[in-house]
Design a protein around this ligand. Structure first.
Ligand code: PEP
Ligand code: MG
Length: 574
């Protein structure tokens, strides 16, 4: 059995088809002065062809995807990339200055970006690299007149095995015949993972050397939940996995019944169930899954996707799109949260010894008022089109809250003077994700309209444990009594001051945490779109009385291990 990262749940069984990536060779040819303009035109023609091909791929792929699954249309990123003004100027300048052919100029320009993005240890940035590499090699194939491999005729029950699945490869496949996907590279947010989830194809990525271990036509099983791959399994294993597949498919059908239901406990206590998103496509998916609002829109992805800062218009359009899509449902948009593990190359952040304790989120924004003002203006303008709420990350002091409120007041005044519409009663909230904010929750609650508990950071700061450091990950537990007491205190402070308290950290979707959060009185649970239905079903499994009894016992326990074991037993016996 081989292990990797399970990125799209389900059991896939079928015959392996190995896909070998074709490398393109780049010749650096010199261009005479008289042919420079023609060479630039050759690049522009290839670009037109590339856009046409990619748009066709997107259309073909859309037919296979549900309306809500447009997230998977990651190929759109490649169209943005090839249209990027800086990239185009770079290629043209190189052709003119160095008198080299379009292939070489494009290759050199792309390599520059690839270098910048690869140095960042961050999944989103790595994804940029995949996009640029895929775009570059397709462009070069167009320039050199090389045909793509035909992947449109795939036998039913095929398990795709590849080093890395590029977006354009997947777009060319007949995905209805794909039983599973295995690749040597890629993580949970890679294109292959996003597409596999959208098409409900089980997928395991980051499986070391799988291409050397499996041969074409061999029988394979993919367990997309546990990240396991079996090559030539024995009959007994096949039988076990056939049963697992049936159970999985039945569970998926069962969850669909919860799409239009209220989120409430078995004895009728209502709570709000929202979703965490990174863009409009996620929002569409969340609405489709029956989310009652957006509890966290992480705007940093908007800034991380491009190679320069998004303009006020671009931001306004992105926020407006989500607000309109969610109709009257509330959309909490968090202002830029960079720094920590999220870098944006063009912002020129310096390397820090302790980035999680450094120049990040609200600290960066209050320092770079130029960047912050643009975002706040875009948010306020978009608020005229739906129910937008603005949320600030990484708050540690009252002064920060006072400063952001003053900035908002000033911007509103300016919008008024210019007759620009916005929501005059817009709600302002903060993330409670630092111990300082948690301890001061009673004071901060007087200043804002809502809290949202960011357990991902709150746990790391409470436990003094870097959330990305494997060596100390045993300490990173939201079930630690210290963290639980803090969460209870934050909710209590919010309620004493009459404001709503939500949670948008991963803990909101942890089934073990649910009884505790219900008993503490959490108002809003915000989870990833794929967990909305699971969470609604789990909440429906509890009565408030049971949740309170379980919580009373948990709050007497002193270690996260005891708490975790006790809660797991409670869930098992439900
Ligand atoms: C959190 O810290 O819990 C949170 C939701 O924010 P992020 O994971 O984006 O830091
Ligand atoms: Mg956070």
């Amino acid at each position: 059995m081989l292990r990797g990262i399970g990125t799209s749940k389900g059991i896939g069984m079928g015959q392996a088809l190995l896909i070998v990536d074709q490398d393109v060779e780049i010749r650096v040819e010199k261009i005479p002065d008289t042919e420079i303009d023609a060479e630039i035109q050759r690049f522009l023609d290839a670009k037109e062809q590339f856009i046409k091909d990619t748009e066709k791929m997107i259309t073909d792929l859309s037919v296979q995807l549900g309306e809500q699954e447009k997230t998977a249309l990651v190929l759109k990123n490649q169209i943005y990339l090839i249209k990027d003004v800086e990239l185009n100027d770079g290629v043209e300048n190189l052709i003119r200055a160095q008198k080299i052919c379009a292939e070489a100029a494009l290759n050199d320009t792309c390599e520059l970006y690839i270098n910048i993005f690869s140095q960042m240890d961050n999944e989103t940035m790595n994804q940029r690299v995949v996009d640029i590499v895929d775009m570059k090699s397709r462009m070069i194939r167009i320039l050199q007149g090389i045909q793509d491999v035909d992947l449109s005729h795939i036998e039913p029950g095929t398990v795709i095995v590849a080093k890395e699945l590029h977006p354009s490869m997947t777009a060319l496949m007949d995905t209805s015949h794909i039983a599973g996907i295995i690749a040597e590279k890629g993580g949970d947010t890679s294109h292959a993972a996003i597409l596999a989830r959208a098409l409900e194809i089980p997928a395991v990525l980051s499986v070391k050397n799988v291409c050397d271990k499996v041969h074409n036509g061999e029988s394979v099983i993919v367990d997309g939940e546990y990240g396991e791959v079996f090559i030539n399994p024995i009959q007994k294993t096949i039988e076990i996995y056939e049963k697992k597949r049936t159970v999985f498919l039945e569970h998926r059908e069962e969850l669909k019944k919860y799409i239009d239901k209220n989120t409430e406990t078995a004895d009728g206590a209502r709570v709000m169930l929202a979703a965490n998103i990174g863009n409009a496509e996620d929002a569409a998916k969340a609405m489709e899954a029956g989310a009652e609002g957006i509890g966290l829109f992480r705007t940093e992805f908007l800034f991380m996707n491009g190679i320069s800062m998004p303009t006020e218009e671009q931001q306004f359009e992105a926020y407006r799109k989500v607000a309109v899509l969610c109709k009257e449902k509330p959309v909490i948009i968090r202002t830029l949260d960079i720094g920590g593990d999220k870098d944006i190359p063009y912002m020129g952040l310096t390397k820090e010894t302790n980035p999680f304790l450094g120049y990040r989120a609200i600290r960066f924004c209050l320092d770079r008022v130029d960047v912050f003002t643009v975002q706040l203006r875009a948010l306020l303008r978009a608020s005229a089109y739906g129910t937008i709420r603005i949320m600030f990350p990484m708050i540690t002091s009252l002064q920060e809250i006072i400063s952001v409120k003053k900035m908002i007041r000033d911007i509103c005044q300016n919008l008024d003077q210019n007759g620009i519409d916005y929501d005059k009663n817009i709600q302002i909230g903060i993330m409670i994700e630092t111990p300082a904010a948690a301890v001061m929750a009673d004071v901060f609650a007087r200043e804002v309209n809502f809290f949202s508990i960011g357990t991902n950071d709150l746990t790391q700061y409470m436990m003094a444990v870097d959330r990305g450091n494997e060596n100390v990950s045993y300490l990173y537990s939201t079930l630690n009594p210290a963290v639980l007491r803090m969460i209870r205190y934050i909710i209590q402070c919010g309620h004493e001051h009459g404001i709503s308290v939500g949670m948008c950290g991963e803990a909101a979707g942890d089934s073990r945490m649910l009884p505790l959060l219900l008993a503490f009185g959490l108002d809003e649970f915000s989870v990833t779109a794929s967990k909305v239905l699971d969470t609604r079903k789990s909440i429906a499994d509890w009565t408030m009385k049971d949740a309170k009894d379980v919580t009373a016992h948990v709050m007497k326990l002193c270690t996260d291990k005891e708490i975790s074991n006790y809660l797991s037993d409670c869930i098992m016996n439900k």
